[in-house]
Design a protein. Structure first.
Length: 148
């Protein structure tokens, strides 16, 4: 295991664990759901294929410290949903998008809206660059539909 997290192991508190498990709904936001931190941690460990110890161990901290989106791993009823799997940072920074146009606005207007939205994104993440492509097969957002 990567030893750089060994120091983190001692300084992380129960509140870190509980905050993380609440954010991703391992500890349920509903009163009737799971409120047990150990059970929630075990579920997190199962979800990410870690050894199930229920403890805030090195492997668990390592996984929790990885960059990720804020979408919960567990739905409100306690069922698993895997909308996101941690896999580290996405290394690609020059992204192409393809648009399918709607009929309620001009194509130019729709294209300007999308270009502005991607500019907002790249303004806060300067390493990301977006370019429109007219070839669907060359778009990096093959599973995302942008429609007006």
């Amino acid at each position: 295991m990567d030893m750089r997290f060994l120091g983190s192991l001692m300084s992380l508190s129960t509140s870190f664990l509980q905050d993380y498990l609440r954010q991703y709904h391992y500890i349920s936001p509903a009163r009737s759901g799971n409120q047990n931190t150990t059970v929630a941690n075990e579920n997190f460990q199962k979800f990410f294929g870690l050894p199930v110890t229920g403890e805030l161990d090195e492997d668990t901290i390592y996984e929790m410290k990885k960059p990720r989106c804020g979408v919960p791993d567990v739905d409100i009823t306690g069922g698993r949903q895997k909308r996101y799997a941690t896999s580290g940072k996405w290394r690609k920074t020059n992204l192409k998008y393809y648009m399918t146009y709607g009929d309620d606005m001009s194509h130019d207007h729709q294209a300007r809206i999308m270009a502005r939205a991607f500019k907002y994104w790249s303004d806060v993440a300067p390493r990301l660059q977006f370019a429109k492509t007219d070839d669907l097969s060359k778009g990096d957002f093959s599973k995302v539909r942008m429609m007006f």
